[in-house]
Design a protein around this ligand. Structure first.
Ligand SMILES: [Zn+2]
Length: 262
């Protein structure tokens, strides 16, 4: 979960089913967890007190926010790029997933600044509700299916705003072989490895519903889980240069997919 030695709890989803009673669930810091394990290992009674104010609130309406650059040649064929807008309430969610949101907007800004007219329609999607059920991603794929849309590729950035390392592809062998031929063009920007598998929670329903090939942006992961879902995932923990380099790699990939197709 984390390589850090701090005592800051990392939160996450709690799911109940109808078979068992709803027992309270809490997250504790690593030092507290180690202490608790050591005390319990002594085989003598242990008494602790816990105070939690976690609770469920009723559902409220949320929205995906979508920008589009209309395709000049294939306006009804889509390339989706995105991240998720929501974050846990114990933190700012700067890396998870403010980084993906910022990079998505930065790719749009870059293409517009260049005056780029894409061949395919490029959708920039800020997904709602990733952390609490992925209903934004589900809805996006459902609407795409109902409209019979053709999706060329979906790219997600949801692994932090750190130095770019790789892209992972969840696709057919043929698609992977084609994108692999572009590696020498992207590697100088930082993503020096294209791997198989993965994608992203928000774009996964596109593959299920439409068979869309998926791509996950993979930055350096060494520090991500030190701050993931913890109060330390703050604005100050993001390095501007590293964040921008991620957007550079994503923009390059979007450009190549748009220019050469899959
Ligand atoms: Zn996330």
């Amino acid at each position: 979960m984390s390589h850090s030695v701090d005592n800051i709890p990392h939160t996450g989803g709690t799911r109940y089913d109808s078979m068992y009673a709803k027992i309270p669930a809490v997250a504790v810091g690593l030092r507290d967890a180690d202490w608790l394990a050591a005390e319990l290992g002594k085989n003598t009674p242990v008494k602790i007190s816990l105070k939690t104010n976690g609770h469920f609130l009723p559902d409220a309406e949320g929205h995906n926010i979508i920008g589009e650059l209309k395709g000049t040649e294939f306006p009804d064929q889509y390339i989706t790029i995105g991240g998720h807008l929501d974050s846990w309430d114990n933190c700012e969610g700067a890396h998870d997933d403010g980084a993906g949101i910022t990079q998505t907007i930065e790719v749009l800004r870059t293409l517009k600044a260049l005056g780029y007219k894409p061949r395919h329609t490029i959708r920039f999607v800020l997904f709602a509700n990733e952390e609490n059920g992925a209903r934004g991603g589900d809805q996006y794929a459902e609407v795409a299916k109902a409209r019979n849309e053709k999706h060329v590729l979906a790219i997600e950035s949801d692994a932090g705003g750190f130095t770019p390392r790789a892209f992972s592809f969840n696709s057919s062998d043929a698609v992977f072989e084609k994108v692999k031929s572009w590696l020498p063009l992207i590697a100088p920007y930082g993503c020096s490895e294209f791997t198989r598998g993965g994608g992203g929670t928000d774009i996964a329903p596109l593959k299920e519903q439409l068979g869309t090939p998926l791509c996950g942006f993979l930055p350096d992961s060494q520090r991500y889980f030190d701050i993931h879902h913890a109060s330390t995932d703050t604005f100050e923990s993001v390095n501007k240069r590293e964040l921008e380099l991620g957007a550079v790699n994503m923009a390059a990939l979007v450009y190549l997919v748009d220019k050469y197709g899959l």
